[in-house]
Design a protein around this ligand. Structure first.
Ligand SMILES: Cc1ncc(C[n+]2csc(CCOP(=O)(O)OP(=O)(O)O)c2C)c(N)n1
Ligand SMILES: [Mg+2]
Length: 805
């Protein structure tokens, strides 16, 4: 581990720098440090005076970030957290104006370029897509993946971002991908707080990057606390770089280069970052920089004061070792600047920050003012006593907000119900129009919705005929993957046991030998890392298929899936995307951790991913073909018990597409519509034959995709005929089956077509035990489906269908 101190000379890139140039550089750095500090001070005030809801700032971390910014090159990546404003300003990823616009939650991308008011302050992102959804040239800009608020949430993705550099460097077939890399020289700079290194995902990521020797530089901003909890409670030995020591590269093997440097030591910081970036860039050597002695002058956030948990010694120390103060003292002591000169800079920066804050506030107000003015104008035209109070409220608004505007407008609309009045139609039309504007402000871009959306991919039927060979289901998948890998050099697949043996069910069998271990490879047992790898690779222009061995283990990757991947488009208002395909297998098998079908967990947690539930491997292959032509993230859950079932190999196995979000009619029937998906479909199909013997004809619909669900409203059309509904799945009672019920009854309007109570048939509330008998008594079996369908008939025609029990 390298330790630095201030006695070393500062080394900058240009050895030929004149004294005056050197001095100017230092002054510019000081200026930025001061500017950033004023932003923190003023930002906090803005929150405490009620102009914004919550503030979190980067005071005390200025110098380290200025040093880091010096080695950040176009094409490089930041994956950081909410303390990085100085870095963001230095690299022009943000500005004082943009920062304050985000603080106020200005809902436009022009003002808050990072998130259009969707994220808290200090959550940075650079656009990666233009307005048409096309990739921007990443090699020409400083890149930042959109921040997430969860501690450690920025970690997993650095694996893929960094691995991309390695792959671009080593694979000549990718040299035409010039928007994404210049010979793999891009470095990923990750930042994390000292306390957040307590998260499991930190350790998982650090280990994975060490194994693969990924070009990353992880900076740990160590201010001794995580909110109020000190290092002694967070970390063994209370010292993160000391416990990381085993990762240090040495004669025993490759590992990390670990640096330790003080956050007020400007010269030491510059030196460390120069070295770390060089190692990572030129040798693809991962590095960790532990920046100690960081202070937090204003405490953690606007939610409370640090006097509650820091004693006076610590507070005094923080004042003395404040990095900006130390730099100021150093500039004075070494004669590089005079006190007057520094004071002038400080006044200039204070004025500048104030002016930019005011501009941001004024623009924010103007955005809202448009709606307010229009609403007032329309309400003034209405001559009715019900309008008086809302109008008066709007005319005297002091705390301007869209909420206030629409609360009052909607009150008027309610109070004028059934009343004909001049100007009312105009108000209603305006409100309808504004609904769309507000949808775009606050609700759009759950998916990127570009012209490449998988929902827009053309349907190509599978070519299956009498000549089609009958094979195991897994062979259909294998042929599909092979065809896609041949066609597209961007495709990469990885996961536990995916490389050498071609996954535990042999979907990729033999493909590593054909396409090489750079494109199809094994990973360690670390699900977050697998998804993070896929996410980062997808952001850098690859088309990864990240495999999670069993659906039950997806839970281990939920943080990165849910917080990062699923919300990426939404939280950047469509300006970033990661078209990652997550492949897994689940539903039917036996055992508490091998038979999972936690679909409602996924439906709730993965809003922002398409969730595909193919009934067999041919349908799965068609979905992969569709998704690979599209550009949005998706989860495909193959049926665990389907790999060895016989299917016909389509002649166009790498071409045909199964549309995303479309259900399929599998069997026509007259009495009950039975909707199901995945492994339970075969059970429902068997049950149909039993039910025929009882004189009941069921119509079977395969949902195929849970999100989006049956966009053509096939279920509703079926209900028009049967008027009865049964939903069958393996989730818990009230889980995904209830979601489907909601879709059919409420979204599709199927409620009005029902003649009897709709029913759901699900697994039992507990998880599935091991063994076939346990399965029979836990998950829906043929007998259960038959009896549930029969009960529906008993309910409506008791004479024809007398109760069984
Ligand atoms: C997963 C998760 N758990 C808890 C929190 C609440 N939280 C926000 S910041 C924070 C402390 C983080 O401390 P540290 O990593 O040292 O960063 P610092 O704020 O000190 O720079 C906590 C506990 C969170 N955001 N995410
Ligand atoms: Mg901390």
């Amino acid at each position: 581990m390298s330790e630095t101190n201030t006695t070393r000379p500062v080394q900058f890139n240009s050895a030929k720098m004149s004294f005056e140039e050197f001095r100017e550089l230092l002054i510019a750095d000081y200026k930025l440090a001061v500017q950033s500090r004023f932003v923190s001070l003023l930002g906090r005030k803005e929150v405490l005076t009620g102009k914004a809801k919550f503030g979190i700032f980067g005071d005390g971390k200025e110098l380290a970030q200025i040093a880091l910014a010096k080695v950040f090159k176009p094409g490089d990546w930041r994956s950081g957290y909410y303390r990085d404003q100085t870095l963001a300003f230095a690299l022009k990823m943000s500005s004082v104006y943009h920062f304050f616009s985000q603080l106020y939650a200005n809902p436009t991308l022009e003002a808050d370029t990072s998130s259009a008011g969707r994220q808290m302050v200090a959550h940075f992102a650079t656009p990666l897509l233009d307005e048409d959804g096309e990739w921007i040239d990443q090699t020409q800009q400083y890149n930042s993946v959109s921040d997430v608020s969860t501690t450690g949430g920025q970690m997993s993705r650095i694996l893929g971002l960094g691995l991309a550099s390695k792959l671009y460097k080593d694979n000549p077939n990718l040299s035409h991908r010039t928007k994404f890399s210049k010979e793999g020289t891009e470095v990923v700079f990750c930042t994390i707080g000292n306390a957040a290194t307590s998260e499991g995902v930190f350790w998982e990521t650090v280990n994975a990057a060490g194994v693969k020797q990924i070009p990353i530089v992880i900076s740990i901003w160590d201010d001794g606390y995580g909110i109020s909890v000190p290092n002694e409670v967070q970390t063994t030995k209370g010292d993160i770089s000391s416990v990381l020591r085993g990762f240090q590269r040495d004669e025993a093997g490759a590992g990390y280069e670990i640096f330790r440097v003080k956050g007020w030591d400007y010269a030491g910081l510059c030196e460390v970052y120069e070295k770390a970036a060089e190692y990572a860039r030129n040798e693809h050597q991962p590095c960790i920089v532990h920046v100690t002695d960081i202070t937090q002058p204003q405490g953690h956030s606007t939610s409370g004061s640090h006097e509650r948990y820091k004693d006076s010694d610590r507070l005094n120390w923080e004042t003395e070792f404040d990095c900006n103060k130390r730099m100021r003292d150093w500039l004075l002591d070494s004669g590089l600047a005079s006190d007057d000169e520094l004071k002038e800079i400080e006044t200039e920066m204070k004025d500048f920050v104030r002016q930019e804050q005011k501009r941001a506030w004024s623009d924010y107000r103007k955005t809202l003012q448009v709606d307010l003015d229009e609403a007032i104008l329309l309400l003034e035209k209405l001559n009715h006593h019900a309008v008086e109070l809302p109008l008066k409220t709007l005319l005297s608004l002091t705390d301007l907000s869209l909420k206030e505007v629409y609360v009052n407008v909607r009150r008027v609309i309610r109070d004028l119900r059934g009343i004909e009045l001049e100007g009312k139609a105009e108000l209603l039309a305006w409100y309808q129009e504004k609904k769309e504007v507000n949808h775009s402000r606050f609700n759009d871009k759950l998916f990127n919705d570009t012209k490449y959306s998988p929902l827009k991919v053309e349907r190509i039927e599978p070519a299956i005929d009498d000549d089609s060979t009958i094979v195991d289901g897994r062979e259909v998948l294998n042929a599909c993957f092979k065809a896609n890998f041949e066609r597209d050099a961007r495709l990469i697949a990885f996961g536990e046991d995916v490389g050498k043996i071609g996954d535990v069910n042999q979907g990729f069998a033999g493909l590593q030998e054909i396409f090489g271990s750079q494109r199809i490879f094994d990973t360690g047992i670390r699900e977050s890392a697998i998804i993070g790898k896929g996410l980062g690779l997808a952001i850098r222009g690859f088309r990864p298929i990240a495999e999670i061995q069993y659906l039950d283990y997806l839970i281990y990757a939920m943080p990165v899936l849910s917080d990062d991947l699923a919300s990426l488009s939404y939280r950047t208002k469509g300006r970033q995307k990661a078209p990652l395909i997550v492949r897994t297998r689940g539903h039917r098998l036996e055992g508490i951790w091998h038979s999972g079908s936690p679909m409602s967990v996924l439906l709730g947690g993965l809003r922002g991913l398409h969730i595909c539930v193919p009934r067999n491997m041919t349908q799965a292959a068609g979905m992969y073909n569709t998704l690979l032509k599209g550009d949005e993230p998706a989860l495909v859950i193959e049926c665990l018990n389907g790999y060895r079932l016989k299917e016909k190999m389509p002649h166009n196995v790498g071409e045909f597409t199964v549309p995303i979000g479309k259900a399929e009619l599998l069997r026509e029937g007259a009495d009950i519509t039975v909707v199901s998906y995945g492994s339970t479909l075969r059970i429902v199909q068997e049950a149909a034959l039993e039910l025929e013997k009882l004189g009941i004809s069921i119509e079977i619909i395969d949902a195929q995709c849970l999100s989006p669900f049956d966009q053509d409203h096939l279920c509703k059309s079926s209900l028009e005929k049967t008027n009865r509904l049964l939903i069958v799945d393996e989730d818990f009672p009230g889980g995904a089956s209830s979601y489907i019920l909601h879709e059919i009854l409420e979204v599709q309007g199927g409620y009005y077509l029902l003649d009897s109570q709709p029913r759901t048939l699900t697994a039992k509330p507990h998880r599935a035990p091991y063994g076939s008998d346990g399965d029979y008594f836990t998950k829906p079996a043929v007998d259960d489906v038959v009896e549930a369908a029969y009960k529906i008939m008993t309910d409506s025609k008791p004479n024809d269908y007398p109760a069984l029990y």
